[in-house]
Design a protein around this ligand. Structure first.
Ligand SMILES: [Fe+2]
Ligand SMILES: [Fe+2]
Length: 498
């Protein structure tokens, strides 16, 4: 069996190396706090943050370093403001750390822990009280919740405004005295800083987001939207050089995005990952059925073992192309994982037949993709959508019951073959994904009408395959061949190529 082409980040385990590393970090923090005259409770607090990450199964060295870097940033900002400037402490953009955490890691647990830790650290550094810590904490949570699905700068700044408003609400609840509120000193030290803190946080996030994305190797919604632009070189090449694969990728992305949305996975990441999942087919585009509209099947001219190489290679070539174009690892993961360690049935069967005739053995492992199996819900959904799309396309007369049967069969086979063993999908989610596929495919294939042929200017009686159910179906496009592969548009799909 070939080696898997990608490796996932390992979670923390109790190996001597990891334990030594953890002790080193905690010791280093303790020495630093001692030298900088910070409370020695800080290393203990951060140790418990690490323990929390471990218990929720998210503690990796990379994530630990990334979060540590963000916390260091807020500590130095607080230190700089309190020691070297006369700026009031309530200007410290603690909410910016919460917003950055949710935008970069898209994880509510991480965000909550980071908001808690950064509020405490900033308050400790400036010598603030419990009221200050609580105000920072609530403001941070507000900012993160407000921008969790942000896809543009406007939403980011709106989040900043929310933070300012909630800060002021906290201030009013903590100091409900009108006489205080109208005092100039109070306004300068509390009112204005808290009101503008959210805006400053949003601005700081916007300024550093791209840099941190690069440093931490993650993808935010902003970058995903950039990658979904069909002017991106790889997608542009796919449109021109492998139009069948381009169309297949659009259908897979629509199916996968809807399914991801249905189970609360990252729908945008799934859509963009699906756009790029088959870019490796650009290298030998003519050898893939979806691009063989004319000129026959090229595999008829070569041995099954050669066909196997060409098909298997689209994964390897895809990863190479993606790396050459500096795509993020989160997108690259879709390339090997959309096939997992699946079997190339057709050529395996052909090889078995030839092997039986010529008297040589055929190794099943040679006809399997190298893997790894899907490691995330998003890549697992793409694996299912990819197979379902191919199977439904192969149906002669797609109708709701045949499509439902095919979807269930394909997903069941993937499950039995163990392709979903390493992803965190539950059976309930797999069921939801299956019914979403059926619903989207039903919407894609419904209302396909056989148009009567025209003879002497009059239409012959033609039988409708199924009745159109709305006023916007193919009646409006009589030039479309109803037997062609159906349109990829699904209701509500936000398709940039459209
Ligand atoms: Fe593929
Ligand atoms: Fe595919």
């Amino acid at each position: 069996m070939p080696m898997p082409l990608t490796k996932k980040d390992n979670n923390f385990s109790f190996s001597p190396y990891n334990i030594a590393l953890a002790i080193f970090f905690i010791g280093f923090l303790a020495v630093f706090c001692r030298v900088a005259d910070y409370p020695l409770l800080v290393p203990l607090l951060l140790t418990f943050l690490g323990i929390h990450l471990f218990f929720i199964g998210k503690l990796t060295l990379r994530l630990g370093l990334s979060l540590g870097f963000l916390l260091t940033l807020i500590v130095f900002t607080a230190e700089f403001i309190s020691r070297y400037t006369a700026i009031p402490a309530f200007y410290i953009p603690v909410a910016g750390i919460s917003m950055l955490t949710i935008l970069l890691f898209k994880d509510i647990h991480l965000m909550f822990g980071m908001t808690f830790a950064s509020s405490i650290l900033a308050t400790l550094i400036v010598g603030g009280n419990f009221d200050m810590m609580l105000t920072f904490f609530i403001g941070g949570l507000t900012g993160a919740y407000a921008v969790r699905d942000a896809r543009n700068r406007g939403q980011l700044f709106a989040g900043g405004v929310f933070v300012g408003v909630i800060h002021l609400v906290c201030l009013l609840l903590l100091q409900p005295y009108i006489s205080l509120l109208i005092s100039k000193e109070f306004q300068a030290y509390y009112l204005y800083p808290l009101a503008f803190n959210g805006f400053i946080s949003a601005f700081a996030v916007l300024a550093v987001l791209k840099i941190f994305e690069y440093l931490f190797g993650v993808l935010t919604n902003f970058s995903l939207l950039e990658l979904s632009d069909f002017n991106q070189p790889l997608l542009k090449r796919m449109v021109l050089e492998a139009p069948g694969t381009y169309h297949h990728s659009l259908v897979v992305s629509n199916l996968a995005e809807a399914a991801a949305d249905a189970i609360g996975a990252d729908a945008l990441l799934t859509r963009v990952g699906a756009y790029y999942h088959d870019i490796g087919k650009l290298v030998n585009a003519d050898y893939f059925t979806e691009n063989q509209l004319v000129g026959g099947n090229k595999h008829d001219e070569i041995e099954p073992s050669m066909s196997r190489l060409v098909i298997l290679n689209h994964v390897k070539e895809g990863i190479e192309l993606a790396r050459k174009h500096k795509l993020n690892q989160m997108i690259i993961d879709f390339i090997p994982q959309h096939h997992g360690t699946g079997l190339i049935h057709f050529f395996y069967q052909r090889a078995l037949e030839e092997g039986a005739a010529e008297g040589h053995e055929v190794n099943e492992g040679d006809y399997r993709y190298p893997g790894p199996k899907p490691q995330t819900r998003e890549t697992a959904i793409t694996l299912m959508a990819d197979s379902v799309e191919g199977a439904v396309r192969a149906l002669d007369e797609p109708n709701p019951s045949s499509m439902e049967e095919t979807v269930k069969k394909v997903i069941n086979n993937k499950f039995i073959d163990g392709q979903l063993d390493e992803c965190p999908l539950t059976l309930k989610e797999i069921d939801k994904i299956s019914s979403t596929f059926v619903r989207i495919l039903g919407a894609m294939y419904h209302g396909r009408v056989k148009y009567p042929e025209k003879k002497n200017g009059t239409a012959r009686n033609g039988k409708h395959r199924s009745a159109p159910q709305n006023g916007t179906d193919s009646h409006e496009h009589p030039e479309e061949n109803p037997n062609q592969f159906p349109s990829h548009h699904s209701p509500g799909a936000d398709d940039p190529a459209a």
